[in-house]
Design a protein around this ligand. Structure first.
Ligand SMILES: C[S@@+](CC[C@H](N)C(=O)[O-])C[C@H]1O[C@@H](n2cnc3c(N)ncnc32)[C@H](O)[C@@H]1O
Length: 377
């Protein structure tokens, strides 16, 4: 939290003139490009788009890498600021839509800071798993700066037993004195009974403050790539193996027919070849596996789209400058959203990659949408 505040303070002194010039520039680009159709010419010349800019295909991955390298630190904060927290509801809806069961083998591509991954683990932790089936989560992202480790640890302070208790092999269970050999069973019963409501009650009882403590706890640990962490008393963790992999969604380092589910949230828009991402997703999914994509989309209602465009082009780049010191990258964000195919076109692309039963569901009037498909062969 403290480092976030430092971060904001560091970036808030940019000159007002600079802000105005950038704002004007974004307005001009908005007027010039907001209505551009996707370029047929780009394909012929091996060009692609980076926001509203036309660039060579081989330049795009590097430019996207730079965007996410620069915004990685402020990524979670900015998501909250720009969407007024709504991205959390979209991601919750996305996980509800997937509805994973114990034993799921999920590949979450473009996993970034783990928002979908953590929801997956939480979802599994909150459903019954009497057969103790192990699930498997692989989080893949092309950018090592975005992949980070945010596991929350539930650390429980424990006072030493008092002298009297030690002598008699007694210990305490709350204010009660009990035999040492009774304690583990009693504690087990407590957590068995509260497991389902554990996360909710933590929020209710601490008014959400436990999240800040756990964030501060992880900041204090500051794990680096390669850390092998043993999180004891890990609490509401699912029976799930987790791997983090630095990988390109267009060229996956996995065998065919490996996963039972593939998710990609707010990632596919940034890839150079959407068709390659879809065909790789299809390849690594096992027959019966499900593809689920959460992505910014288009509002079918023209008036709402205009209001949303105004907000996006006039507010998002300045907010990106104020909170993250990154005007251009947030300008790219807005432009890349406008360039992404409309729901019907994207549905067709998913079908062309070989998926069946392809459907989509708009969220918040179509600001974003969930696309779903199944691999049947
Ligand atoms: C907007 S973030 C989304 C992160 C996360 N899924 C979420 O919902 O918060 C987009 C992510 O896509 C990743 N990305 C961009 N191009 C990629 C590619 N070709 N392969 C894998 N990941 C990619 C970026 O590094 C970034 O972490």
């Amino acid at each position: 939290m403290i480092s976030k505040i430092h971060f904001l303070a560091k970036n808030s002194h940019k000159s007002a003139v600079n802000l105005c010039v950038r704002h004007l520039r974004s307005q001009i680009q908005y007027i010039a490009h907001a209505k551009d159709p996707p370029d047929a010419g780009e394909k012929a010349e091996n060009l692609t788009h980076f926001g509203f800019e036309s660039i060579r295909e081989d330049e795009k991955a590097g430019k996207v890498h730079k965007v996410f390298e620069d915004v990685a630190q402020s990524y979670d904060l900015m998501n909250d600021v720009l969407s007024m927290g709504i991205h959390r509801l979209w991601k919750d809806a996305f996980m509800e839509e997937l509805g994973p069961t114990p034993g799921t083998k999920l590949l979450d591509m473009a996993g970034g800071t783990g928002d979908i991954a953590f929801r997956f683990l939480k979802y599994l932790a909150n459903i019954k798993n009497p057969e103790k089936k192990e699930s498997h989560l692989t989080i893949g992202d092309i950018n090592e700066h975005m992949l980070n480790y945010k596991f929350c640890t539930l650390a429980h302070a424990k006072d030493p037993p008092d002298a009297g208790e030690k002598a008699e092999n007694l210990t305490h269970f709350g204010f009660e004195s009990i035999r040492e050999d009774e304690k583990a069973g009693k504690v087990h019963k407590v957590f068995e009974d509260v497991a389902q409501s554990y996360d909710l009650m933590n929020d209710v009882l601490s008014m959400g403050i436990h999240r800040l403590w756990k964030d501060a706890f992880m900041e204090e640990l500051g794990p680096t790539p390669g850390t092998k962490l043993l999180d004891m008393a890990g609490g509401t963790a699912a029976n799930c193996r987790v791997d983090w992999v630095c990988a390109d969604a267009e060229n996956l380092p996995f065998d065919s027919n490996t996963f039972t589910a593939y998710t990609i949230a707010f990632g596919i828009r940034n890839c150079t070849h959407i068709d390659r991402v879809l065909s790789e997703a299809h390849r690594v999914l096992a027959p019966g596996g499900r593809f689920l994509c959460l992505e910014f989309s288009h509002l079918p209602n023209e008036t709402l789209q205009k209001i949303y465009d105004r907000y996006s082009f006039e507010m998002i780049p300045p907010l990106g400058q104020i909170f993250a010191g990154q005007w251009q990258h947030y300008q790219y964000l807005v432009e890349s959203i406008r360039r992404f195919p409309r729901q019907e076109n994207f549905t067709q692309m998913i079908r062309s990659a070989g998926f069946s039963h392809v459907t989509h569901r708009d969220l918040t009037f179509g600001i974003s949408a969930i696309h779903s498909g199944f691999k049947f062969q």
